[in-house]
Design a protein around this ligand. Structure first.
Ligand code: ATP
Ligand code: MG
Ligand code: FE
Length: 343
């Protein structure tokens, strides 16, 4: 089964081909991506209307690129998958509209995918895919959740952020430090030259006894520190970046360990953009190695949004019999859509 996947939920247009046969883990055939980051940088964040228009410009050329690269044609595609939500309504409509138009014109069924399920299953695109069941730490720009994953479609929410997401904490702190948008990667780069113990920043909800997170207070603490430093901020910026990163990572690692303890599971899957963070990988690997727990990550370039994870999620849902592709081309999108509400 050859699945074409289209991602357009936010500021990345992604298209990919994934092939599945029998019970084997589906295989990535080709993928192409265009990031709008540069376009939105001037505004310090994503401008929804610009995002939609750019998806329109990019999606067909990217589709042609993956077909050419893989030596396949549109006729070879069996199912067209797209991101149905959550995300920006206008941006989602572009991917959904194009997917359904392609499906209708080819006479092939379509399948709407949950963006977070795409992130969650993205480690299955790596050379050493995980096995079920596992604890998932989903850390993206809009979400921070711990989940118990028993199989495709069986997701139990264990805890989540009550305010900002981890990626948002990185981005907002980076913005305060003048590091541009999205600041996560820049902050983590600067942090390498800083002292993570230089500033005492809060570890919100670290001892709350549950598996929830809170990062809004951290951003305020970073702002307070930055103001206090005043004209000395520039020379202490790397220290403040390192301290911020250490605070976020410590909470993520400790709560993940707690989720392992509570579920009794021996495997962790990390997914979402913050999963690219080096310190998080180092500290989680070290902590889990001590407890003989396996950790799986998506490949670095597949941590943030991409079409491969959407095609993969569609392939795995079909394979598991969780969903059927449909020839009902009257599409809708779900800008707000909790993962545990997935049928
Ligand atoms: P969602 O998936 O929740 O809708 P999103 O799609 O915007 O949100 P992703 O694309 O998964 O989120 O991830 C983007 C986020 O990851 C941004 O907040 C970005 O700063 C962060 N990020 C990317 N690389 C790193 C890194 N190396 N260190 C820290 N944060 C990072
Ligand atoms: Mg993005
Ligand atoms: Fe995402």
């Amino acid at each position: 089964l050859l699945i074409l996947g289209i991602e357009s939920s936010c500021d990345e247009t992604g298209v990919a081909l994934v092939e599945s046969s029998g019970d084997a883990v589906p295989r990535l055939v080709a993928h192409a991506l265009h990031s709008q980051i540069e376009m939105h940088q001037a505004y310090g964040g994503v401008v929804p209307e610009l995002a939609s228009r750019d998806h329109i410009r990019r999606v067909l050329p990217l589709t042609e690129a993956v077909l050419t690269e893989s030596g396949r044609s549109l006729r070879d595609v069996d199912v067209v998958a797209f991101t149905r939500g959550p995300g920006l309504a206008g941006a989602l409509l572009v991917g959904a509209g194009v997917a359904c138009a392609l499906g209708a014109s080819l006479g092939k069924p379509v399948l709407g995918v949950h963006h977070l399920e795409g992130h969650l299953l993205s480690p299955f695109l790596s050379a050493d895919p995980p096995e079920f069941p596992f604890v998932a730490l989903l850390v993206s720009g809009g979400h921070t959740q711990l989940m118990r994953v028993d199989s495709v479609g069986h997701y139990e929410l264990l805890g989540e952020t009550i305010d900002d997401a981890a990626g948002e904490a990185f981005d907002k702190s980076a913005k305060l430090l003048g590091l541009g948008y999205p600041g996560g990667p820049a902050l983590s780069r600067l942090a390498q030259q800083g002292d993570p113990a230089a500033f005492k920043l809060p570890r919100p909800l670290l001892h709350s006894g549950d598996l929830d997170f809170s990062f809004a207070g951290l951003k305020t603490a970073v702002l307070t520190q930055a103001k206090k430093l005043g004209e000395h901020l520039e020379e202490r910026k790397a220290d403040l970046a390192a301290s911020t990163q250490a605070a976020i990572v410590e909470v993520l690692v400790k709560k993940t360990l707690k989720a392992l303890q509570e579920t009794g599971l021996r495997r962790v899957v990390v997914a979402g953009g913050v999963g690219a963070n080096r310190l998080l990988r180092e500290q989680l690997d070290a902590a889990c190695a001590r407890q003989h727990v396996r950790v799986h990550y998506p490949e670095l370039h597949l941590c943030t949004d991409n079409g491969a994870m959407i095609a993969m999620a569609a392939a795995m849902r079909l394979q598991a019999g969780r969903q059927q592709a449909s020839t009902e081309y009257a599409f809708d999108v779900k800008p707000r859509w909790p993962l545990d509400a997935l049928e």
